[in-house]
Design a protein around this ligand. Structure first.
Ligand code: BG6
Length: 483
């Protein structure tokens, strides 16, 4: 099968906190990512984002700790970015989605002037991308609120954080306007609800989960991010007419477990609250009617002003992006659950899952693209998709990852089908072009890359890069267009 769209953007996606390392150099302050240890006793089928108390996180700042913190080291992209970007280019990628670490630019959030060393680092990375003729998509916040903003301001539940964030955005947009076209204000904005610690920069242990307090403040933080995103769009339009600003969601497509109307209705409600709600606010610019019922029934009372609602209405996103790893099922009664990205979902007997329980569903991608297109009719970009597998280098210094080739080609075929259905999809960045530290489990051994990185879970190894079989497959696909 030949891929039908020639001017499609093909690339890879990463995040600063999972690749850069150098967590405490040149002025950078920590984030929770670097205060979360690797735990070799995790149950991969049950593992969700780990959570610590505020005291445990702060204790992790002490250097005499006995735990290992993989995100402090990442894959040493901070020093090896040239090598990685060159390999991405050689694979035939024409776009690189990456994130900027807020804590390198405004380490405390409220300084008057940005940290020049941080700005210089990203300038060098962007120059390298430009040299390799790759477009850039920047995620402005990817799970990494600077710790000082958490401690002093309480993260995103404080509206003052909107101003700190806007100051940061204004600096990077002005600084990099000749390099970057595509901007995503927040990675997986729905993480504010699924894992508020990372999305909002709050300590969960500060809030009561039983009384609904945590849910209440999470939706408030999310609202503040909707406002911030609208302000970024307003600002971006003034800085450069070339900017294209979109949204990013951990897309959670689910199916009713069967055709029992009770379950079908349950799934509709689930889809409204865990998927459409976010797109509706960010694309249509309004809180949907069903969300008002949801807030009422859950006793969620938000501090929302008329001015904020107008801002959101007047500044919708230009395109939609999402991460797509799996689908799930929903029923009214309790059903068997499996692990998924950020939360668990019902098991689907027709799908296979990975070692982490993530259910592989290429056709679900076509379904998702069609549903989103039918509802919003704005361009779509798949900003994350891929498969994490435990892998070892073989004697030929490669990995025969036929399962990854199968996974990617089946998903690409479904994008092709969606394009034939008339859906306007304009690009795809795989998670990930190169192995990185896992966001949820801090494992290095959950490998997604086309390129193998020689580090283990304890950062032991040379850090050298080796090409897997899928790297050559992808390169060939980019030359021939053949799937
Ligand atoms: C997405 C994130 O949730 O899924 C990435 O945007 C993350 O940061 C990816 O790495 C895969 O999840 P994990 O937990 O397997 O690394």
């Amino acid at each position: 099968m030949k891929f039908i769209k020639e001017d499609f953007l093909w690339g890879g996606a990463t995040s600063a906190g999972q690749i850069e390392g150098s967590w405490d150099v040149n002025g950078k302050t920590p984030t929770l990512l670097e205060l979360t240890p690797y735990n070799e006793k995790i149950n991969r089928k049950e593992m969700l984002f780990s959570s610590k108390t505020k005291d445990q996180y702060l204790k992790a700042l002490q250097s005499n700790t006995k735990n290992h913190y993989p995100k402090r080291y990442g894959i040493d992209f901070y020093n090896r970015y040239k090598e990685d970007i060159t390999l991405f280019k050689k694979a035939g990628m024409n776009i690189y989605r990456m994130s900027i670490s807020w804590s390198r630019i405004f380490p405390n959030g409220d300084e008057k002037e940005p940290n020049r060393a941080g700005l210089e680092f990203y300038r060098k990375v962007f120059e390298e991308c430009l040299k390799n003729k790759m477009q850039i998509m920047v995620t402005i916040q990817h799970f990494d609120v600077p710790l000082p903003i958490m401690l002093k301001y309480g993260g995103w539940i404080n509206k003052e954080t909107i101003n700190l964030y806007l100051k940061y955005v204004e600096v990077i947009m002005n600084e990099y306007k000749e390099f970057v076209t595509y901007w995503l204000p927040f990675n997986e904005i729905d993480i504010a609800i699924w894992a508020p610690e990372l999305g909002l920069g709050i300590f969960k242990s500060d809030f009561n989960q039983e009384t609904g307090e945590l849910k209440q403040i999470s939706y408030q933080g999310l609202h503040n991010q909707f406002v911030a995103q609208a302000k970024v769009i307003e600002l971006g339009k003034k800085i450069s007419s070339n900017f294209k600003i979109g949204c990013m969601l951990a897309n959670s497509t689910t199916y009713s477990i069967d055709c029992n109307p009770v379950n079908v209705m349950e799934n509709i409600k689930m889809q409204q609250i865990s998927r459409w709600f976010y797109y509706d606010v960010m694309v249509r610019g309004e809180y949907p009617t069903y969300s008002k019922r949801f807030f009422k029934e859950n006793n969620i009372k938000l501090d929302i002003t008329e001015e904020e609602l107008l801002l959101i209405k007047n500044n919708p996103v230009e395109y939609i992006t999402f991460s797509y790893y799996m689908t799930g099922t929903v029923a009214k009664e309790e059903i068997k659950k499996v692990n998924a990205n950020l939360h668990d979902v019902g098991k689907n007997p027709f799908l296979e899952d990975t070692e982490w329980g993530w259910q592989i569903d290429p056709i679900g991608l076509r379904i998702t693209l069609n549903e989103i297109w039918d509802r919003y009719q704005i361009p779509i970009f798949i900003s994350e998709n891929g498969i994490g597998v435990v892998e070892k280098l073989d004697n030929n210094f490669t990995v025969e990852d036929d399962y990854r080739i199968k996974y990617l080609s089946e998903h690409f075929e479904q994008i092709n089908e969606a394009l034939s259905d008339g859906v306007e999809v304009f690009g795809y960045t795989m998670w990930t072009p190169v192995d990185v530290v896992s966001a949820s489990t801090c494992e290095m051994s959950k490998r997604y890359g086309l390129i193998y990185v020689d580090y283990d879970d304890y950062h032991k190894g040379t850090g050298n890069r080796y090409l897997k079989k899928s790297y050559h497959w992808f390169k060939n696909f980019r030359i021939t267009g053949e799937l």
